[in-house]
Every structure is written in C-alpha cells, then in structure tokens.
Design a protein around this ligand. Structure first.
Ligand code: HEC
Ligand code: HEC
Length: 142
C-alpha cells in the first residue's frame, strides 16, 4: 500500500473512532433509523413562576413566560405591548435605556433596530436535560 493511502486510511479510521466515542444522542433518542420513532410529549414552558436569576452581569434576562403566538415582524412587536417604556402591564420589566441606543450611543425615541428582535437575545426556558453536557457554572447565588 502506498504511504499516502495508508495515511488517508488512518485519518478515516480515527475520525470514525472519534465520532463513535463522542457521539451525541439526537432528540430522536436511541432508535434505529429504520424503526418508527417513539412518541414524545413536549415539555412545558417555564411560566409564571417569577423572574429567573441572571447568571452574570451582562446577561440578557431569560424569558420567564411562554411566548408562543407572540410575533415580531415588520408590522409590529408583540413583546413591546407589555415591555415598552410606556406599557401599562403590571409586573412586566420595562426595557432599559440600553435598548434605545444606536451603535453611536445616541438615544432614539423608539427601540433601536438592533434591539428589535427580542428573541435574538432573550429566550424562554423549558426544564430539560442538556443534549451536550458542559461545565458552565452560574455566578448567581441560588
Ligand atoms: C402580556 C404581557 C407580556 C408580553 C406580550 C410579553 N411579556 Fe415578557 N414579561 C411579562 C411579565 C408580566 C413579566 C414578569 C414575570 C414575572 O415576574 O414572573 C415578564 C418578564 C419578561 C422578562 C424577564 C425580565 C427580568 O427582569 O428578568 C423578559 C426577558 C421578557 N419578559 C421578555 C419578553 C419577550 C422577548 C416577549 C416577546 C416575545 C415578551 N416578554 C412578551 C409580560 C409580557
Ligand atoms: C442584542 C441583544 C438584545 C436584544 C435584541 C434585546 N435585548 Fe433586552 N436586554 C439585553 C441585555 C444584554 C440586557 C441586560 C442589560 C440591559 O439592561 O441592557 C437586557 C435587558 C432587558 C430587560 C430588563 C431590563 C431591566 O432594567 O432589568 C428587558 C425587560 C428586556 N431586555 C426586554 C427586551 C425586549 C422586549 C426586546 C425586544 C424589543 C429586547 N429586550 C431586545 C439584550 C437584548
């Protein structure tokens, strides 16, 4: 066998062995590809149990409620009906001045376009096991 073929063979073998050793189980679970998938029931959104502690100072706070059906598009932003500075929704934290600043730090009268798509940074939560384990430790005291 030529040397280059041996090297190529070794690379293929070691990457297959690596993929096997670190394989991540998909959301579908340990079900063979040709077997019918197991029916799962969707987990409930974290909802109405109070605000979620922030893990570090600059963290966009996590959304402590269901956001299904709330649209954000060119016609409007459903989040702002409760979270805008002038909203009358009791208990809904108002967006801070940071959300009105453009990239030159000038304050605008309305939400800055770079903060318009709230869910780019603020995400709702479900109580599930992470697919991939990690060593992240929160700085918040529980
Ligand atoms: C019907 C009113 C309403 C709408 C619409 C709404 N929220 Fe909220 N939101 C609330 C209330 C009330 C709270 C406070 C909940 C609590 O204290 O348990 C809250 C809390 C939050 C928080 C946590 C703030 C903090 O200080 O920790 C975030 C982030 C948030 N909402 C984001 C969103 C986003 C993003 C959307 C749109 C996809 C949205 N909300 C739409 C009423 C609303
Ligand atoms: C580019 C990321 C980003 C986007 C987009 C964004 N936010 Fe935030 N948001 C943050 C960060 C970071 C913080 C925490 C620091 C701060 O208050 O600026 C925050 C804070 C907040 C808070 C808490 C304010 C406080 O004084 O405690 C609310 C409520 C909030 N955002 C709602 C929204 C809503 C509603 C939208 C959409 C209109 C939105 N955010 C878009 C990053 C973002």
């Amino acid at each position: 066998m030529k040397r280059s073929a041996m090297i190529a063979g070794w690379i293929v073998f070691s990457s297959v062995a690596w993929a096997g050793a670190n394989s991540t189980h998909s959301l579908r679970g340990d079900v063979a590809l040709d077997a019918p998938s197991v029916t799962t029931s969707p987990k409930a959104w974290y909802d109405g149990e109070g605000k979620i502690n922030r893990n570090y100072a600059q963290q966009p706070p996590l959304v402590p409620h269901d956001i299904e059906g709330l649209t954000i598009d060119q016609d409007g932003n459903a989040c702002l009906s409760c979270h805008n500075w002038n909203s009358e929704m009791p208990g809904a934290t108002r967006v801070g001045i940071s959300h009105f600043l453009n990239r030159d730090n000038e304050a605008l009268a309305n939400i800055s376009p770079r903060r318009y798509f709230c869910t780019q940074c603020h995400v709702p939560q479900k109580d599930t096991k992470p697919l991939v384990t990690n060593m992240f430790k929160s700085l918040a005291e529980d």
